[in-house]
Design a protein. Structure first.
Lengths: 249, 293
């Protein structure tokens, strides 16, 4: 593995409740500063792969039973999520999972607590998030549960960024959102990647938008990688679309 | 009319005592979605420990601090040996665990300190004071002031501190809280320790009124209607619920009681709670799930 690899997943197997095999020998890699897309239909194992990496699979009665996960060169298989967040690996959950009864600003602040920042640092971090998501600043006093789906996705991403991550695992950011909002969110992801140098591994069903913004991609089916390569090459291969990703979205 | 107000105020102040018990439940319910059946046992345990220390000659504040330390140790033990092994289990499993825990704590308290009844003297006399022609118990006023202080401290803790915000985050969405790096074990320990502090204060006030004895763990039964009326997830709701229960049971006893032969104070709150369950299952201030349309 090269010195620039930030995440290396080797042949992992994920099992839920000791019997349900969700991920069956997936290997993938994310380079420093890269956006990598993880594509596939519903139930292909995208979410389980991400949760295995972030350590959250354990919170859902799942376990990584085979293979290993290297983050910045160290084996982090089965390391607890809070340790990983402190080391800069943060997951944004599918379906956004905002703290509905807390305000937008409280949601964001909580994301920053993990590094034990001073009051000033926390405030500076918050301003940075508002710079990327000006809409959240307008709505900062609203309860997150009462904001729109797009705003909630922004809260979820902003909350993860408050921890100053090196690598963000982004699960299904387009889910249930209008195409224009999806476009806006992917634009911000690209911008964060370019200016802050944050790497992204994003699971997505909407292959066309993901391939527009990603550098490379892996395609999952039934818990296995069935294709991988540069994003523009994959986008050009019509068989991939036909077989695994459905017709052009 | 003066008599009516005296009954009302007496009832409201008695209600504050119910609220105190209910707050202990609310704390743990908020953070883990579990109805902690052991809260009553914790009240008994705290009061027994405190009284036994005082009787063996430890000064008041030292005994208070020592008991509080014991409650924190208890919280650590509960996290380590009850909550941690049961992580990710359904709420009903955790509820059953707290049921078992209640017996262990009750038994442990009595094995450690004995089962005899202790008197507890807080230095506040239960004598009536006169306010513009109305008589109000000095002890009730003291209890109300204590409860008010406690609620103020708790609301500062929840709204102004990082640990408090993290706690509310866990209450809202446990998985998301873990995803942003909140350590569940630490949150649970803090919550149980705070519930232990509430149990200690409850135990002292109730113990001073009833004597410190086994039946102290049964005051929690009075907390049930309070929680149903006020809502399981709101400290403010526990206060309002307590006031409603206290005032209504006293007024019902005085004004409805004679019509049906009296003795209704003990069951009236449960009837009220049943009506609330029919009309407003989340209680007055319980958090309903936010649904966007």
């Amino acid at each position: 593995m090269s010195a620039q690899t930030i995440l290396q997943v080797e042949e992992i197997e994920v099992v839920y409740d000791q019997v349900i095999l969700a991920v069956h020998g997936v290997s993938l890699a994310v380079g420093q500063g890269e956006i990598v897309a993880l594509l596939g239909a519903n139930g292909a194992g995208k979410s389980s792969t991400l949760k295995a990496i972030s350590g959250l699979v354990g919170a859902e009665r799942g376990d990584v039973v085979g293979g290993r996960i290297l983050y910045r060169g160290a084996d982090v298989t089965r390391v607890s999520p809070d340790t990983l967040v402190r080391d800069g690996l943060v997951q944004v959950l599918e379906g956004r999972h905002c703290f509905a009864h807390l305000s937008v600003e409280e949601n964001l602040l909580i994301g920053g607590f993990v590094n034990k920042p001073s009051r000033q640092q926390l405030k500076a971090e918050l301003e940075k998030i508002y710079h990327y998501f000006p809409r959240l600043k307008e709505r900062r006093k609203s309860l997150a549960g009462y904001t729109s789906g797009g705003e909630q996705q922004m809260v979820a991403i902003g909350r993860a960024l408050m921890a100053r991550p090196r690598l963000v695992l982004l699960d299904e950011p387009s889910m249930g959102l209008a195409p224009l909002i999806v476009e806006e969110i992917f634009e911000i992801v690209s911008r964060l990647n370019a200016t802050e140098g944050v790497s992204f591994l994003l699971a997505e069903q909407n292959a066309s938008i993901a391939l527009q913004h990603a550098h490379r991609a892996f395609v999952l089916e039934s818990g296995q990688v069935v294709a991988s390569g540069a994003a523009d090459e994959l986008a050009a291969r019509s068989d991939i679309h036909a077989h695994y990703l459905g017709a052009v979205a | 009319m003066e008599f009516f107000f005296e009954v009302l105020i007496g009832g409201l102040l008695a209600g504050v005592m119910y609220s105190l018990v209910a707050i202990g439940f609310v704390l743990i319910y908020k953070a883990s979605g579990v109805f902690n059946f052991a809260q009553g046992a914790m009240v008994l345990f705290a009061a027994l420990t405190f009284v036994s220390l005082v009787e063996s000659g430890v000064p008041f504040w030292a005994a208070f601090a020592l008991t509080l330390a014991t409650m924190i140790l208890l919280a650590l033990a509960v996290e380590r040996w009850v909550l941690r092994p049961l992580v990710n289990r359904s709420p009903i499993t955790l509820f059953m665990a707290t049921l078992g825990l209640a017996y262990i704590i009750e038994g442990g308290a009595q094995a450690l300190w004995g089962a005899q009844v202790h008197g507890l003297e807080l230095g506040i006399d239960d004598v009536p004071l006169e306010f513009g022609g109305l008589f109000v118990s000095q002890f009730d006023l003291f209890a109300a002031a204590t409860a008010a202080t406690l609620v103020l401290v708790l609301s500062l803790l929840f709204n102004k501190t990082r640990i408090g915000l993290s706690l509310r985050a866990v209450a809202d969405d446990t998985l998301a809280a873990q995803a942003v790096g909140i350590r569940l074990r630490r949150i649970w320990t803090v919550v149980w320790a705070v519930a232990g502090l509430v149990a200690l204060i409850t135990g002292l006030l109730w113990g001073a009124r009833l004597g410190v004895q086994f039946s102290l763990s049964l005051v929690v039964l009075k907390a049930l209607p309070v929680l149903i009326i006020g809502g399981f997830s709101s400290v403010g709701g526990a206060i309002v619920g307590g006031l409603i229960v206290g005032a209504s049971e006293k007024l019902a006893e005085i004004y409805i009681g004679p019509l049906i032969g009296g003795g209704i104070e003990n069951w009236f709150p449960y009837v009220l709670a049943t009506l609330f369950l029919l009309a407003r299952p989340a209680g007055l201030f319980g958090e309903r799930t936010i649904e966007r349309v």
